[in-house]
Design a protein around this ligand. Sequence first.
Ligand code: GCO
Length: 453
Amino acid sequence: MDYQFKEDFQWGVATAAYQIEGAWREDGKGENIWDRFCHIPGNIAENADGDVACDFYHRYQEDIEMIHKLGIPVFRFSIGWARIYPDGPDKVNEKGMAFYEKVIEELEKYQIKPVITLYHWDMPQWLQDIGGWTNRESIRYFTEFCETMIQRFEGRVDKWITINEPWVCAFNGHYWGDFAPGLRDFSAALQTVHHMLCAHGSVVRLFRDKQYRGEIGIVLNLCPKDPASEKEEDREAARIDDGFSNRWFLDPLFKGTYPEDMIEWYTGHQVVMPAVREGDMELISQSIDFLGINYYYVEFAKKCEGRWPLYFDTTTKDYPITAYGWAIVEEGLTRLLMRIHREYGQPRLIVTENGASFADVIEEDGNINDDRRIDYLKRHIKACHKAIEQGADLAGYYVWSLLDNFEWSTGYQNSFGLIHVDRRTLDRTVKKSGYWYGKVVSGNGLTDEDKMG
Ligand code: GCO
């Protein structure tokens, strides 16, 4: 084996509730912000929605059996908050709870470890109606929801992830407006970040206070931000992009402060700074058991006039791109892992998402030979191996995603799955990449010749 991983390295596969479950109003589920957002025509490509998605709600047994057959030991999934608290914070919907109980039981049957994301963007609409994450009360409601879930399932869940990608939730959801709840207010987005980070910290504190079993962490989407050229203004653009996307999250979590240069930049450009109360930064920076990193690409920043308040734009340079238009740069993953290792106190890391969308072709014999996806995954798994060799404390790697699923504002146009889902019949077909990944897992690594023979 050319790229052998340690015995206890955790291989997994990741999903999220709204992207796969469907059953949007079954068994008492309440409306969430993605239901609302998708049901407004024009918001999503082809006016798609997650009403049915992959119908995981009804097909979870089949899907979990496939995870088992591929030999993948970890399954990351998220809880639909509005299944548990459909209409308000007071009453738990036991039918919603029963669904997750069944999923966990099914995983236990095959000894697949559950990793649960508590927030993967599908806030209940009742909470959005009083301001959602822009309202400080969201911290309390989120903590109560998490307490309900953790109390119920602690001891059976390997890892808890408080929040997935606060950057996307804040800026796509509250500034660019292409994701739910579809707002367009930069200052509100920064306030949202702050409340999400506090909500994360509040759940970590609860977890420690109650001495729950298991591990707890947060997931950030991070990527190197390189200058598009050697020009001084592009170097500055890259620094601003890095501050905006990476350091604005890493610094509070690991150092208990927002980055000075960004505070200066924002205040210099008329952005209203988030209201930070005494004790917030201590809350946010409590120690976590792992940092989850979702890695997909590198971005190249260039100065761009007129783009308040960040004044940069990004390119993919000459790199090959995925169907989503993301530059394929695997060395960026090694570099990112090493940077966090060096600059943020050597935390335990997990790549909680990595994968690629490509337009798959179903051959006449029914096979899907997605060699480009295999190539992408292979490059990135090697990049992980390299980081471990260089000293990073990397404990696991999860592929995004198990199934071709609802890919947010692009609807069903981007498929990331190891398993293809027929949009009409919802039939599942394991792609070549699925079998290939199964082999990587069973061999606990890969070889250079490994072309999927
Ligand atoms: C994420 C996303 C996934 C996306 C994936 C591809 O956490 O980024 O949660 O939901 O589907 O990133 O865009």
